[in-house]
Ligand binder design. Structure first.
Ligand SMILES: Cc1cc2nc3c(=O)[nH]c(=O)nc-3n(C[C@H](O)[C@H](O)[C@H](O)COP(=O)(O)OP(=O)(O)OC[C@H]3O[C@@H](n4cnc5c(N)ncnc54)[C@H](O)[C@@H]3O)c2cc1C
Length: 411
């Protein structure tokens, strides 16, 4: 189908790579491929900038990844807040302050994601926001994507397609070729988890990320830059008889269940328009590297939010994916070899941290266990650091062979 606005195409008619989802993983992947001279189309169903459910805590590992991918100067210019420690409040016990192994940043996803998006555009990627992939067909030499945007529609041909649609997005089934929707796509699992976030003014933003654990969930409070604090929470709806319909209602529920949080938010004023919610938040036991197409970011691996490291995983997956997609586009790998090699690299990088993250998530849902773990960490601080390290990507995994073989993505 030809395109359409004022007689000219909305998007390029053909690209090397179409990336579905323009969050932190999709944008960094788009930039990495565009930096290598590839023609890229980055598609997101939302208009940008947009608020996004996230604790907005950039761990030292995330900052390392952003630096490696060439984003650090642009992000530093946004004035992120410095975070030096975590303060943990669990089920009414005394809080525990844990110094972080390195500097972390607090920064609004509204600003962060917009900056990554712009960086992808500056590197040469075409950006389609407020756009939906209505259909996807396998062809001999790639895919035909039927893309709709604001009442207009166009078919774009892409040699490869990569899914970066986040924790609960999904693209249409793939028709045609050997991959049929019925046989190849993974059926999304149900999940009891719901995430919410909102910015607040009127209370002091400390140089700490604060974690509050209460029956039915946990909440993170951290500086978001510009004197604001970000409040983000994950609820297990199985432990919530009340089911508020608005973000305010969920945050009131957290305050009611956690007196320390209620005291901390005393006098805080919500910033209108900053609220966001997402459900279900699917926490998988294992990474899902491929679902008809390769996946990156939360679509591929969702580490429980309490680890505060989803963004570094999203960025690492984008870095890995760029290296393997480049090898596919350069004719070095067939589709089957690409799938096998990428799946192996993803499992190697993420399976360990995911296993530990899921263990911590289960402990957080059991107050006696969580209290005991916190008590043990109080007397043996190295235990806390050990657990945190177990949920992090290993530095040696930077040495993935695909990353060595290809040009680095900084620029
Ligand atoms: C409550 C909570 C707190 C968290 N706190 C932290 C934290 O403090 N630190 C941290 O590092 N991580 C945190 N995370 C995790 C972090 O937010 C994610 O790991 C990260 O956003 C993943 O990036 P992504 O690009 O994969 O997905 P996203 O950032 O979600 O981006 C996905 C994009 O895909 C788009 N999309 C979806 N479906 C389609 C479709 N069909 N077509 C087109 N576009 C589509 C969406 O609009 C979205 O823009 C938290 C998560 C939750 C739920």
């Amino acid at each position: 189908m030809a395109a359409v606005k004022d007689g000219s195409p909305l998007f390029p008619e053909s690209v090397d790579a179409a990336i579905i989802g323009g969050g932190i993983a999709g944008s960094s992947l788009a930039k990495a491929l565009a930096d290598r001279g590839r023609k890229v189309l980055l598609i997101d169903r939302k208009a940008f900038p947009r608020h996004k459910v996230c604790g907005e805590f950039l761990s030292p590992e995330s900052i390392g990844m952003l630096t490696e991918l060439g984003f650090a100067p642009a992000i530093q210019a946004l004035g992120p807040a410095a975070i030096r420690a975590a303060r943990i409040h669990a089920f009414g016990g005394a809080p525990l302050r844990v110094p972080l192994p390195g500097m972390a940043w607090g920064l609004s996803r509204h600003a962060l994601d917009d900056t990554l998006h712009r960086a992808a555009g500056l590197a040469g990627a075409e950006i389609a926001t407020g756009a939906a992939v209505a259909a996807m067909r396998r062809e001999a030499d790639g895919y035909a994507l039927h893309i709709a945007q604001g009442g207009f529609a166009q078919t774009v041909r892409a040699r490869v397609v990569i899914g970066a649609w986040g924790v609960n997005g999904r693209a249409p089934d793939i028709t045609g070729g050997e991959t049929s929707g019925e046989t190849r796509r993974i059926k999304p699992a149900g999940s009891p988890y719901l995430g919410v976030k909102m910015h607040f003014s009127g209370i002091e933003a400390a140089d700490e990320v604060e974690l509050y654990f209460f029956e039915g969930g946990y909440l993170g409070l951290s500086p978001a830059g510009g004197g604001l604090v970000n409040v983000a929470a994950l609820f297990d709806r199985r432990a919530c008889r009340e089911t508020p319909t608005a973000v305010h209602g969920w945050l009131d529920l957290a305050r009611a269940r956690c007196p320390a949080l209620a005291r901390r938010l005393d006098g805080a004023a919500p910033v209108p328009g900053t609220q966001a919610a997402v459900a279900p938040v699917r926490l998988y036991a294992k990474p899902i590297p491929w679902d008809g197409v390769p996946l990156v970011g939360d679509a591929c691996v969702t580490i429980p939010p309490l680890c505060g490291d989803g963004m570094s995983m999203a960025l690492r997956a984008a870095q890995l994916s760029a290296a393997y997609a480049e090898r596919r586009l350069g004719g070095e790998l067939t589709d089957a070899e690409w799938e096998e090699a990428y799946a192996l690299a993803v499992r190697r990088a993420f399976s360990g941290p995911l296993r530990w993250g899921n263990l911590l998530q289960r402990a957080a849902g059991k107050p006696p266990l969580a209290r005991a773990a916190l008590g043990a960490a109080r007397f043996m601080p190295s235990l806390g650091s050990l657990l945190v390290r177990a949920t992090r990507l290993k530095p040696t995994q930077h040495n993935d062979s695909a990353l060595k073989d290809t040009h680095p993505t900084t620029g």
